[in-house]
Design a binder for this molecule. Sequence first.
Ligand code: AP5
Length: 227
Amino acid sequence: MPEAGVAAKGLGRAVIFLGPPGAGKGTQAKQIAESYGAPHISTGDMFRDHVSRGTPLGLRAKAIMERGELVPDDLVLSMVEERISREDCRHGFILDGFPRTLPQAQRLEEILGRCKVQPLVVHFVVDANQLMRRLTGRRTCAIGGEIYNIYDHPPKVPGRCDRDGGNLVQRPDDREEVIAERLAAYQRQTSPLVDYYRGRGVLRDVDGMAAPATVTKDVLEVLAQKQ
Ligand code: AP5
């Protein structure tokens, strides 16, 4: 990460969106990153991009993602380290879906510590029984990545993005049996990070069950607070 000095403008921090699959991290990260003009770094999107381009990394990640398991730490870490070392991350960035394991969190802490950047973790709290409905109903624009839900946030024209008319597609890992494994992986490997960051005093809970616009307002309030 560039010596940010650190960041007189923009987000000025490494903001981490933490929460289970379907908690609304991507929905919120897209909006908030846009409003701050900050990079939205989604490791899931980065892997999906590698898969669609058929890169060596994509070929390794594809089967793992289709099983709902986590990609090995070393592959994730080298990809993220390269991304956050770029110039556009100088004034802060949003991490969506990273870190997801203790070793990932510890490595991120070392990197941020070197640059004297404080992390701020926004933890999306959502009832577990909502997640299956959210994920099976999710559809994503193939062009701009806009996120919809066929039950709760449908597009005006079925199958078409309101913004750019792109095709709405379902992620291959949004099938019930894969979702169950993703939720289990979250409990096993990622949920310990809630205590890890809470213990460091850098975690703020946000009610992810509220309407999306309310969640956005709540997250913006958290980001506006001095730590
Ligand atoms: P990734 O793409 O990161 O998926 P995820 O964490 O499972 O999270 P999702 O994208 O499914 O959910 P979200 O919280 O973003 O919810 P969204 O906003 O879309 O990872 C995919 C895979 O990549 C992993 O399984 C793993 O294999 C690999 N991977 C990625 N990062 C990795 C890492 N660091 N380490 C190892 N492996 C990694 O919303 C979901 C739905 O809910 C939408 O339909 C939306 O419209 C709706 N919704 C959103 N907010 C609300 C609301 N407030 N009220 C009602 N509905 C809402």
